[in-house]
Design a protein around this ligand. Structure first.
Ligand code: FEO
Length: 402
């Protein structure tokens, strides 16, 4: 059951959080058994009120109910829309009819048309250029365009040099037990660093070059900001750790000795082979993550991409099917190409019944995408014992390839 949680993050700023453990597939795509939060914020100034973002569309009425605990909706003078993906903008549909006609919607110039298109409203819109300021009463808000984190419309905003609202950037999946990351127990912190990695890979991974640009733009700002407040997951009082991770991920820094083995298996032949491969790989790699997609179980694709983000090596094992690549492997490969940095070395292993097709085809696709395929091993199902030496060679070649 979803829960609402609201609390002050400083004297005049309230976090309005929807804790969503009902969405099983974020964006109808990514498995999130850990849940997700949508963080909106309400800034209560002496003589005005600023709302920062909102919640997913289906929680629009709950959002209004939560807001009314703190403010008369007619008193909201500014609504800053950092990004129009409907996990944040969805509640505009319910909210806009309740706002005063004087209320201004503030955002990237692209936002006005998106509001009209998504929700049908012509709004009193205040477009903001990057690195411009807006005076609100005695406060100042400075805006930064951070395109493609994760849509072209995304902005960050700095309130009084104290709080930086970053929307998807520095966000994570999961429902935290504390508002702030540094208040969490150590074990939970570790978990949330993983959720942030998974979020980065799944949602922002495709736009990795834009992350470096955003970090350059926000670098100094983040250093002097007291609170970094994303729209998902915990807030950061000390943002050094998450910024370091963003720098490492966006510069495509791999973890030395990390291998991800991904395999599909219809009838157990590849499963058996993968077990042999994993045993051999443990001689060369110190971190091995295995993702299997078989008849009784599928690991999480969202987790797989999280682990692939910083792995230096990958072994991909799948079958020939209908004289082509096994369909589920095609899906995994498509996501690997779309979301993962290409500086990985890959060993392709494939089996077949009567004709070898998949291995060479996969190798060609991966090479064209920019990955380094170090070897392709294909053999007929059931012939594992005849090919063990060949697999050993392939794994060693993968490990020794620079
Ligand atoms: Fe959390 Fe791209 O929206």
């Amino acid at each position: 059951m979803v829960r609402t949680y609201s609390n002050k993050i400083k004297d005049n700023i309230v976090l309005l959080q929807l804790q969503d453990d009902e969405t099983r597939y974020f964006e109808s795509l990514w498995e999130i058994p850990e849940g997700v939060t949508y963080n909106a914020y309400l800034i209560l100034e002496q003589d005005t009120t600023i709302l920062v973002d909102g919640w997913k569309h289906i929680y629009g009425e709950m959002f209004l109910e939560e807001l009314r605990k703190f403010v008369d909706l007619k008193d909201i003078e500014y609504l800053i829309v950092h990004h129009m993906e409907p996990d944040h903008s969805g509640s505009l549909k319910q909210l806009i009819p309740h706002l005063s006609s004087k209320a201004k919607i503030v955002g990237h110039p692209l936002v006005r048309d998106l509001i009209k298109s998504f929700y049908g409203f012509d709004v009193n819109f205040y477009p903001v250029a990057s690195e411009t300021e807006m005076k609100v009463g005695s406060s100042t808000i400075k805006f930064y365009h951070i395109p493609w984190l994760h849509w072209p419309d995304t902005i960050a905003s700095l309130y009084n040099n104290e709080v930086l609202f970053t929307c998807d950037a520095f966000g994570s999946f999961g429902i935290p037990s504390s508002i702030f990351f540094d208040d969490m127990p150590r074990e939970e912190q570790e978990r949330f660093l993983w959720y942030a990695q998974k979020y980065f890979a799944d949602i922002i991974g495709h736009y990795i070059d834009w992350v470096s640009k955003a970090l350059q733009k926000l670098g100094e700002v983040i250093e002097r900001t007291k609170i970094v407040a994303p729209a998902h997951g915990p807030l950061w009082r000390n943002s050094q750790k998450i910024v370091e991770l963003y720098k490492a991920w966006s510069s495509r820094k791999n973890v030395k000795g990390k291998l991800v083995i991904v395999y599909t298996s219809m009838y157990g032949f590849i499963k058996e082979m993968a077990s042999t491969i994993a045993g051999e790989a443990s001689k060369f790699f110190n971190t091995i993550k295995i993702y299997k997609f078989i008849d009784v179980h599928r690991d999480l694709v969202s987790d797989m991409l999280g682990d692939l983000l910083d792995a230096e090596a990958v072994i991909l094992a799948t079958a020939t099917y209908d004289a082509d690549v096994f369909p589920y492997a095609k899906y995994l490969i498509e996501l690997l190409i779309a979301k993962t940095p290409k500086n990985k070395k890959i060993l392709v292993v494939s089996n077949y019944g009567w004709g070898a097709v998949a291995g060479k085809k996969i190798a060609s696709i991966l090479q064209s995408a920019g990955f380094k395929v170090v070897d392709v091993i294909e053999f007929r199902s059931g012939r594992l014992l005849d090919n063990i030496e060949r697999l050993r060679e392939g794994v060693e070649k993968l490990a020794r390839e620079s």
